[in-house]
Design a protein around this ligand. Sequence first.
Ligand code: SF4
Length: 57
Amino acid sequence: MAYFINDDCIACGACADACPNNAPKEGEEKYEIDPDLCTDSKDCLEVCPVGAIHPVE
Ligand code: SF4
């Protein structure tokens, strides 16, 4: 997995709309990035209004 979404997520869906691979999926309380679909495009980072998407250390 290249990126993960932390608890700051407000489930706006912007990352899912921006992702060319449809990797962010709506979860129970926030969006989650499917590591099998993420290709490290970083498009989600540009659109997240709360900065909830971070690279995995
Ligand atoms: Fe959550 Fe940010 Fe994605 Fe919106 S863009 S669903 S706040 S991670």
